[in-house]
Design a protein around this ligand. Structure first.
Ligand SMILES: NC(=O)c1ccc[n+]([C@@H]2O[C@H](COP(=O)([O-])OP(=O)(O)OC[C@H]3O[C@@H](n4cnc5c(N)ncnc54)[C@H](OP(=O)(O)O)[C@@H]3O)[C@@H](O)[C@H]2O)c1
Length: 274
């Protein structure tokens, strides 16, 4: 018996109907996004995902090197991106950031709050300075940016607010301290924002990472035993990568998630349910 040689499978583009269907659900073409902390780690991956899905993205952080590298990479690919250097640890800094962020592409329909700090002093040594700094960046800046952009989104009938919280919002974990308190409150803020603005088309949700190897975790990441122990606590069997947040962020920023609001979506390899 002879058999016909089978040619190797060629990648074929999806049929036009599939492309149109996917676009309707997930395309961010015509949308403007502001991503705080978009110059590093999880925020940088989310910035790339939103821009590649079609959004014009403004990245807000302090350090110009990270900002220019992030925006340069995206504009070189033909994406639309701009940056604003601002310090979100003061109310004045947040106001300035918001005003400058709209200069590039106009008022945003998507706000991602990824800027965050984790100072981790032991509880006995946790002073008011660490408490204040943590609350300012992790909780107050997302609140103020929500107050600045949320009502406008509601008036225009479309908005997506995405916060990045943490396991520490749900359980004590690696010196939760002020950090855990700020993230717990951030998830509560998301629910209140969802209650206020969802009837007018603005959904507000939270992405909850596990342990992700980013500069935020530089100290912990340099200890191979701790890294392996954390990976073993997941179901997938590895720690998180910034890129793991791309799909979830596009989903929560897009039309596809119109009926999802006030939720915390764990992107943690099963860490929280193990
Ligand atoms: N990595 C993890 O395992 C993990 C786990 C749970 C939750 N998270 C959360 O995920 C988010 C992103 O974390 P990451 O791991 O991606 O951290 P990262 O790589 O350290 O990035 C933090 C980002 O926030 C910006 N930022 C920090 N302080 C700022 C300030 N005062 N004003 C403006 N921008 C500021 C940083 O830029 P500049 O320093 O240049 O300002 C940077 O772009 C955070 O909210 C974090 O709490 C991370």
């Amino acid at each position: 018996m002879t058999t016909q040689p089978v040619p190797p499978a060629q990648p074929t583009p999806p049929p036009p109907a599939a492309q149109a269907y996917l676009s309707e659900l997930f395309s961010l073409e015509g949308r403007v996004a502001v991503v705080t902390g978009g110059s590093s780690g999880i925020g940088r991956a989310i910035t790339g995902a939103l821009a590649r899905a079609g959004a014009s993205v403004v990245v807000v952080a302090r350090g110009e090197a990270g900002l220019t590298a992030t925006v340069g990479e995206l504009t070189a690919e033909g994406c639309r991106a701009a940056w604003v250097s601002a310090d979100l640890s003061t109310r004045e800094g947040v106001r300035t950031a918001a005003e400058r962020a709209v200069e590039a592409f106009g008022e945003p329909g998507i706000l991602v709050n990824s800027a965050g700090i984790n100072l981790r002093p032991p509880m006995d040594e946790l002073g008011e300075d660490v408490w204040d700094a943590t609350m300012a960046v992790n909780l107050e800046a997302p609140f103020l940016l929500g107050q600045r952009f949320g009502p406008g989104m509601a008036e225009r009938g479309y908005g997506r607010i995405i916060h990045i919280s943490s396991q520490q919002a749900h359980r004590a974990f690696v010196q939760s301290g002020a950090y855990g308190a700020s993230k717990g409150a951030l998830e509560a803020l998301a629910r209140s924002q969802a209650e206020a603005w969802s009837p007018r088309g603005v959904t507000c949700n939270v992405l909850v990472p596990g342990f992700v190897m980013t500069p935020l975790n530089a100290r912990l990441s340099s200890d191979p035993e701790k890294v392996a122990a954390l990976a073993a606590r997941t179901m997938i069997g590895r720690n998180g990568l910034a890129g793991d947040f791309a799909g979830a962020a596009v989903f929560l920023a897009s039309a596809a998630s119109a009926y999802v609001t006030g939720q915390s979506l764990f992107v943690d390899g099963g860490l929280s349910v193990h």
